[in-house]
Design a protein around this ligand. Structure first.
Ligand code: ZN
Length: 208
């Protein structure tokens, strides 16, 4: 939704209801990332009109402070960054689950995927950033494909075949097939859809 038209949000929410499977909401605090996006009033407004689950991606410091409020605002999936939580990651995943939400761990492109392997038995999904968190409209980093494969293989090898890998950043029709083949099942696309001359066709092409 970072690429949505905030003066015409109802129309873009309706577009997602019709053409996508999730609402992906990027929350930035100006501290963990050098940008600020939007907060609770926008999330609550989207939740009122959403007929698909809200997937809240927290790019913020001290995520545990705000997770209960995002759950209350209507989030069904909540992810936070390993780099922001470090040794509090396990308890933060447990907090998300205790609120009845699906718990995800997110990692930036420069964080070794092995860092999150000890946490995989506590996650409901893994979010691999294929650009650096903080801004929409960046170019896809090709090395992300190997990182997706490594996490997918690890999940499979420890019996977690049902835990999906989500990929976020620079996702478009051009790379959706290779991302899926690498093991990503949740594709987050913003500008590739909302800035397309035919957003519905762009969304359909990626789903196909
Ligand atoms: Zn995101």
């Amino acid at each position: 939704m970072l690429s949505a038209d905030f003066l015409n949000l109802r129309a873009d929410v309706e577009f997602v209801n019709e053409h996508a499977d999730l609402f992906h909401l990027d929350i930035m605090d100006g501290r963990f990332v050098p940008n600020i996006s939007y907060g609770f009033p926008v999330v609550e407004a989207i939740a009122r009109e959403a007929r698909k689950p809200l997937d809240v991606h927290l790019m913020i410091e001290e995520p545990w402070k705000y997770i209960p409020r995002f759950a209350k605002a209507g989030a069904r999936m909540i992810s936070f960054h390993f780099e922001a939580a470090l040794d509090r990651s396990a308890e933060t995943l447990e907090l998300i689950r205790s609120l009845g939400c699906k718990a995800g761990i997110a990692i930036n492109p420069d964080c070794p995927v092995e860092s999150i392997f000890p946490l995989l038995d506590k996650v409901d999904f893994v979010l691999i950033m294929s650009v650096f968190a903080g801004f929409g409209g960046q170019s896809f980093i090709p090395e992300s494909l190997e990182r997706i494969k490594a996490v997918r293989e690890r999940l499979d090898s420890i019996g977690l075949k049902d835990v999906p890998v989500e990929v976020d950043g620079g996702v478009s029709e051009k790379n959706s097939t290779s991302l899926y083949e690498a093991g990503a099942e949740i594709l987050v696309a913003g500008s590739a859809i909302f800035n397309s001359p035919d957003p519905a066709a762009a969304a359909q092409a990626m789903k196909a």
